[in-house]
Design a protein around this ligand. Structure first.
Ligand SMILES: Nc1ncnc2c1ncn2[C@@H]1O[C@H](COP(=O)(O)OP(=O)(O)OP(=O)(O)O)[C@@H](O)[C@H]1O
Ligand SMILES: [Mg+2]
Length: 437
């Protein structure tokens, strides 16, 4: 740790002289140094410098194993900006595989190319009208300072305001919300109340502002499976229109594995609009890189056996890689981190996952939904036939539809293929099997 002198120069049981004098000078923080000191067991594997980042959408210290997707998106950006026909991308995958992180990285790539960007996170049963308006407002704010004709920007903002004000809540008088856009709302464009027409007009206008600057606009939609059916259909129609006119605006989505079927149920041509990229577990090389690269920057190493043990435990799932990495680092006495360190740290890592990653989701389920999931887990870890679940519970399949549908809505399970159901959370079956019924 940078603040401490090396162990050899330290007086036993005493904090280093430099810090003592520093704390003596500071009446406020004098109590902080000493209690922290025994907690830091190792100079090299210092908890303060722990690089790993388990969390939702948390930027990993090393974005491992995603080169192909990054390259593909680079091409999408280049082609769209040149008005070439190109499909946009939709990322799909289980919980914790890194969809949000990749979506955020795509956003940064678009921003680096000076595109206008905005992002929304879809919520079940919520119209996307306001969030899309806010996101495109952000995108245009990014472009505005470089635009030579302020009246073009103002005109677009007028259209955007009119679009936002057709929010269903506002129409019913249940909302006093007004968009924070400083120009009067326009009339006659993107304000019909029909989402498909309005979104198409809005996108065409936003694309045209970006064309003036030779760039594009990218709208990122996370948790896209939660966009309500009518809005999904409007989004597809608007993207379809743009793909025909060559307007430089793309919608980039991320969602659970059943997102492609949500899109194709809405518009049969959706497969031709989007390139689906399945985001999966990291292979061994990438999972090792995710651990080694950040450690190397802190001069910490792993033995090959430690990496074997970590791959076995985390199974290549990015969230688990970060979660194990974090706990192992905190508990390891020094570098290199060994297989023994992994064995010692595993129970704590598992406990943290049980509470934070699995438990928080399990808590959201009602007793009937929990029974349904336990039955799924007892069948196995592959997608399970819904008829097997019904049989196990001694119920008619139709009587279980409410529990199943609500679990789908809560994003805990998804319909993998017709008649089959699977967990959205990796290793959830294993977690459930370890829970008392
Ligand atoms: N390529 C990667 N390399 C290393 N770590 C990663 C990678 N991608 C994601 N992570 C880590 O995995 C965790 C989960 O990432 P993220 O939140 O993006 O997953 P997600 O697929 O969006 O999950 P959810 O479906 O729950 O929203 C984060 O802690 C992130 O730092
Ligand atoms: Mg996410």
């Amino acid at each position: 740790m940078a603040l401490l002198s090396p162990p050899a120069q330290r007086m036993p049981g005493r904090a280093p002289a430099t810090r003592r004098s520093a704390t003596r000078r500071s009446p406020f923080y004098g109590n902080l140094g000493r209690p922290l000191y025994p907690v830091i067991k190792s100079e090299s594997v210092d908890p303060v410098r722990n690089p790993y980042a388990p969390g939702a959408g948390q930027r990993p210290p090393e974005l491992a194993g995603r080169d192909r997707e990054l390259q593909q998106f680079e091409i999408v950006l280049e082609r769209v900006a040149r008005g070439r026909p190109e499909r946009s991308m939709v990322l799909t995958g289980l919980r914790g595989v890194g969809k949000t992180v990749l979506l955020n990285t795509f956003k940064s790539m678009a921003m680096q190319r000076l595109w206008g960007t905005g992002k929304i996170e879809a919520r079940p049963e919520q119209s996307i009208r306001r969030p899309v308006a806010a996101a495109l407002h952000m995108a245009i704010r990014e472009l505005a300072p470089r635009h030579r004709a302020p009246e073009r920007i103002e005109e677009f903002l007028g259209v955007l305001k009119a679009f936002a004000m057709r929010d269903p809540g506002a129409a019913k008088g249940t909302s006093h919300w007004s968009p924070a856009i400083d120009v009067p709302a326009g009339r006659g464009r993107a304000d019909s109340g029909d989402m498909e027409i309005d979104l198409t007009e809005l996108f065409v206008d936003a694309a045209s502002v970006a064309t003036d600057l030779g760039v594009g606009v990218a709208l990122f939609i996370d948790e896209m499976q939660d966009v309500q059916a009518s809005d999904i259909s409007a989004l597809c129609a608007a993207c379809h229109e743009l793909s025909q006119s060559g307007g430089p605006l793309i919608v980039v989505g991320a969602g659970l594995p059943h997102l492609p079927s949500v899109l194709s149920a809405s518009k049969s041509y959706s497969e031709r609009l989007f390139r689906y990229a399945r985001i999966d577990r990291l292979d061994r090389e990438a999972a090792d890189l995710a651990l080694i690269a950040p450690a190397e920057r802190e001069k910490v190493e792993f033995t090959p056996e430690a990496l074997d043990a970590l791959y076995e435990a985390a199974d290549g799932y990015p969230y688990f890689v970060q979660a194990y990495g974090k706990v192992v680092w905190d508990l390891a006495p020094g570098s290199p981190i060994t297989a023994d360190d992994i064995r010692v740290a595993s129970p704590e890592a598992e406990e943290e996952l049980a509470v934070g990653f699995f438990g928080s989701r399990y808590e959201r389920a009602t007793p009937a939904e929990r029974d349904y999931m336990h039955a799924m887990a007892s069948v196995g870890d592959e997608p399970v036939p819904t008829s097997d679940v019904a049989e196990l519970l001694g119920r008619k399949p139709s009587s279980l539809s409410p529990a199943r549908d609500s679990l789908i809505k809560k994003g805990l399970i998804f319909s993998a293929e017709r008649g089959f159901i699977a967990f959205t959370v990796p290793h959830f079956g294993k977690f459930l099997r370890a829970q008392p019924l």
